[in-house]
Design a protein around this ligand. Sequence first.
Ligand code: CP
Length: 315
Amino acid sequence: MEWTRKDLIGIESLSRDELETIFQVASGFKRILDRSVKKVPALRGRTIVNLFLEPSTRTRLAFEMAATRLSADVISMNADASSFVKGETLKDTARNIRALNADIIVLRHSAPGAAFYLSKIIDIPVINAGDGSHEHPTQALLDGFTLLEHLKSLDGKKITILGDILFSRVARSNIFSLTKMGAEVTVAGPTTLVPSSFASMGVNVIHDLKTALTDADAVMLLRIQHERQSSTHFPSLSEYTSVFGLDKRRAEWLKPDAIIMHPGPINRGVEIDSDLADSERSVILEQVTNGIATRMAVLYLCTGGSISALETSKE
Ligand code: CP
């Protein structure tokens, strides 16, 4: 299929065909990243502005790397070094970036809906790099891509997402993506962070760790996000770890070849045992690497890049 969207705001509205298109294009770009010359001229002459109004390591650097590999110019901007501190609005900031001839804006913002709002008021592509507790679409894409590399297909595969589901944009985007790709998704953790209402998204809701991990093909751990919690949802971090932390003993409940994932940043010794995070079962750094090819695919497709042109360039 040909891609027709200007923006990538979330996974919720994407079809399985669209997800597969992104994975297919990302796969082509990943092969390019393995070559000695890791660069294509696809976005030569275009300027990408990374507008990051919340902290980020992985997402921002991967977007910068993706833009560079596509031969685009890239400029990154943080809230504390911009006129936001003087009270300039998001709308005025975006319109000024547009007036400076940017071709695409990648936005991270603490407010759910910020990327959608921006996509309606400016005529260039807007990519959501995380909007509050709403969605983090490119994280779900790199997670789905990593899972496909290991499991070949997601149809019928059992994926458990464990931890702070309630406040997690990563969980929401992954639930949309993984269920559309045919996986059986379980969300697990304390009842306060994993309310039964998540069942309406087509997932199993389980509060017993052993049940949630048994027979899983992959487990995706999530960080406890103190910054998004308005009240205490469990007695203490050590209490959380004692009941829901993943260590080597509990990891044996998974299938023998199951993989362990985490979007980062990880809290070593809280949601995951430090040795397990660095073990052979962990694909955490593979996820980070796959963030480049998947974001190259998103930037390429949303700026009008065609799949047939990519196919031709390979021949
Ligand atoms: N996974 C993720 O979004 O990490 P950063 O906050 O470092 O970008």
